[in-house]
Design a protein around this ligand. Structure first.
Ligand SMILES: Nc1nc2c(ncn2[C@@H]2O[C@H](COP(=O)(O)OP(=O)(O)OP(=O)(O)O)[C@@H](O)[C@H]2O)c(=O)[nH]1
Ligand SMILES: *[C@@H]1O[C@H](CO)[C@@H](O)[C@H](O)[C@H]1NC(C)=O
Ligand SMILES: *[C@@H]1O[C@H](CO)[C@@H](O)[C@H](O)[C@H]1NC(C)=O
Ligand SMILES: [Mg+2]
Length: 302
């Protein structure tokens, strides 16, 4: 029996009706598996997209939601400038006007932002950290800016003259700032420091540095053109670092500041630029806060 005959299982056959119901069961099973895997693939891909977005935002030191909400506003005041100048101290003074004395701050890792009332004007006040890695944050907030406060450490500015001028150049040459003639206040902070320079001295120093930078940046543009570099402005996060830098350099260089053949002066710009003094270490009334608030309020009600 074992040698010739088939096992009883082998002879087991299905009736035609039960075979077709088996087939449809199999088909349904496959369909369910396909749908399940599609759904789980979709969920997983959404999650990883969310995570990578968050990582990008964290790498930039900014909450993506802060950036997104700021773009809808037309009342943004951007506080920018080199590291350690007193931007966060200024932001705190304006945000918490009832706190007397200098706020204890340290190197900022993220943007501070809040809706603040300045002399009765509702302002979305943004403090962008000065570290170079936050320059994309700064450029992202710029298109919404109605007024810009560029804070300088008056005691350190001599040592950092070139860096400060490059930073300021980026702000002044920004397309939105130029086209919409956004008012800029250069705030020479830390006037309480014995080695602080006056706003008049700092104005001359920064104008001299920007004057030098203009020719360097023009030369940069020339070399970009000669190697056929793309002049198209790269979007945020598009392309590699080098492409972005090239495009950014071309963009800036095409915005020559001031008049050609004439020494650079802030008065030559089409947007109003003024240079004032402040101290965040002093009391509210003697630190230049009143002029800052009046200037912001004027910028909004002009
Ligand atoms: N003496 C003096 N110190 C100040 C003044 N303003 C700020 N500081 C101090 O300078 C340091 C830097 O100030 P911050 O406001 O944190 O500087 P920041 O511009 O926000 O710097 P980043 O966040 O790194 O870009 C802090 O220790 C402040 O207390 C000032 O007017 N006078
Ligand atoms: C800013 O936006 C508010 C409300 O969205 C609007 O009422 C106001 O007219 C706008 N102001 C300017 C100058 O665009
Ligand atoms: C602020 O600066 C402008 C010019 O840059 C000057 O005319 C004005 O007097 C200054 N304000 C104060 C309070 O120093
Ligand atoms: Mg800060």
């Amino acid at each position: 029996m074992a040698s010739g005959g088939r096992s009883p299982i082998g002879e087991f056959t299905l009736s035609s009706s039960s075979r077709s119901s088996m087939n449809s069961l199999l088909l349904t099973g496959i369909l369910v598996i396909v749908i399940l895997s599609l759904v789980s693939w979709f969920i997983l891909s959404q999650q990883s997209a969310a995570i990578s977005n968050r990582n990008l935002a964290m790498a930039a030191g900014t909450n993506a939601a802060v950036l997104k909400s700021s773009k809808k506003r037309n009342n943004t005041v951007v506080i920018t400038g080199p590291m350690g100048a007193g931007k966060t101290a200024l932001w705190c003074y304006l945000r918490f006007p009832n706190n007397k004395g200098a706020p204890k701050t340290q190197v900022s890792m993220a943007v501070n932002s809040a809706e603040v009332s300045i002399d009765g004007t509702s302002v979305y006040l943004v403090d962008v950290p000065g570290h170079q890695k936050h320059r994309f944050d700064r450029d992202a907030f710029m298109p919404a800016a109605r007024a810009i406060i560029f804070v300088v450490d008056s005691a350190e500015v001599t040592r950092k003259a070139r860096h400060t001028a490059e930073f300021l150049y980026d702000v002044l040459a920004n397309k939105h700032v130029q086209q919409n003639e956004i008012p800029v206040m250069i705030l020479c902070n830390k006037q309480d420091d014995p080695s602080a320079l006056s706003n008049v001295r700092i104005k001359t120093m920064l104008e001299d540095e920007i004057d030098k930078l203009r020719s360097t940046r023009q030369a940069d543009l020339g070399s970009l053109r000669s190697i056929g570099g793309s002049a198209g402005a790269g979007g945020l996060g598009a392309g590699n670092e080098d492409d972005d830098d090239d495009a950014a350099a071309a963009e800036k260089a095409s915005d020559f500041l001031g008049y050609e053949g004439k020494r650079f002066a802030f008065e030559h710009l089409s947007n109003p630029v003024q240079i004032n003094e402040s101290s965040m270490a002093m009391g509210l009334d003697i630190g230049g806060m009143e002029q800052i608030k009046a200037w912001v309020s004027d910028a909004f009600n002009a």
